[in-house]
Design a protein around this ligand. Structure first.
Ligand SMILES: C[S@@+](CC[C@H](N)C(=O)[O-])C[C@H]1O[C@@H](n2cnc3c(N)ncnc32)[C@H](O)[C@@H]1O
Length: 284
């Protein structure tokens, strides 16, 4: 591994074991939106950034009518390998694909009735082409429900570590791993304007302050490791040192709050929810 290794999540089993926060938030959002969304007999769903596939299977698959189909895509081959190995259902396929690249908008033009994406779009800097692809793959009248981070203490951690001479050689491109909205003063308007310019009817677009409590500091560290793409680059002999510095900075920089009575730690972040529709009778 070199400092040029792509910033990807490739440890599907670790992510799968430490994504309680993502699981909780996706479930909450779907409880609210599943009744509002339109469903048809041969419904076709795209799930962007499906990761290990469990949220697609646990939460999206039950919503699809019997004759429906779901495609889960992810840029990480190891996530897709894991999902394909673990989940076999004639109504689901998992494929390696990058949602920000133009080929997907062309290959799946007007194919899907709904497009979902959970905890993925903050990984992508090219928001215009990503949202444009979502628009292009939707049928007219199709809907999209997107959940992604606007800001998170993990990004602040990356900002801090990237300034250290010890870690900067491995984190020179840390901005690529930070949500494009992390330092935005008004992410809601930025995203609403982007989607409207592309042609969507934006029904909901809001940024919610959230918090999540983990039982121990150790669980928090593991959950952070599960999504830290720089770990792929840190040489084996420096890994322990890097992880220790992460822990120190998390505690020192007030990136979370530790309970005085229990071992619990709580951290706060802001989450975007977008519910938008491609206008009816648009075939472009
Ligand atoms: C934090 S995981 C979320 C997985 C799952 N949706 C969940 O909520 O548990 C984010 C996923 O987005 C994927 N991803 C990042 N950039 C992507 C891109 N350009 N195209 C497709 N998937 C991408 C990552 O590989 C990763 O598996």
């Amino acid at each position: 591994m070199t400092s040029r290794t792509l910033l990807r999540l490739n440890k599907a089993n670790i992510y799968h074991s430490y994504h309680g926060m993502q699981d909780r938030d996706v479930n909450l959002v779907l409880q609210k939106y599943k009744q509002k969304m339109k469903w048809c007999n041969r419904h076709r769903i795209l799930d962007i950034g499906c990761g290990p596939g469990d949220l697609s299977v646990n939460y999206l698959l039950p919503l699809i009518p019997k004759n429906g189909q779901m495609l889960g895509i992810d840029i990480s081959p190891s996530m897709i390998q894991y999902a394909n190995f673990k989940y076999k259902d004639s109504r689901i396929k998992f494929k390696v694909m990058d949602i920000s690249k133009p080929d997907i908008g062309e290959k799946y033009r007007l194919v899907f009735n709904s497009v979902f994406s959970f905890y993925c779009l903050h990984w992508i800097q090219d928001q215009w082409n990503t949202m444009k692809n979502i628009y292009n793959v939707l049928q007219s009248g199709g809907e999209t429900l997107l959940v992604f981070l606007a800001s998170s203490p993990i990004y602040t951690l990356y900002e801090i570590l990237s300034t250290s001479p010890k870690w900067s050689p491995y984190m020179h491109d840390y901005k690529d791993a930070i949500s494009p909205y992390h330092n935005s003063t008004d992410p809601e308007s930025e995203i609403r304007n982007l989607l409207s310019d592309i042609g969507f009817n934006v029904i909901d677009c809001f940024c919610s302050p959230m918090s999540y409590t983990m039982p121990t500091k150790e669980t928090l560290y593991k959950s952070i490791q599960a999504v830290n793409p720089f770990l792929n680059r840190i040489p084996q002999h420096l890994l322990e040192d890097y992880n220790n510095d992460c822990k120190t900075e998390i505690m020192k920089g007030n990136l979370c709050v530790t309970s005085e009575e229990t071992e619990e730690v709580t951290f706060s972040y802001s989450l975007m929810t977008v519910y938008a529709e491609k206008p009816k009778y648009v075939n472009e």
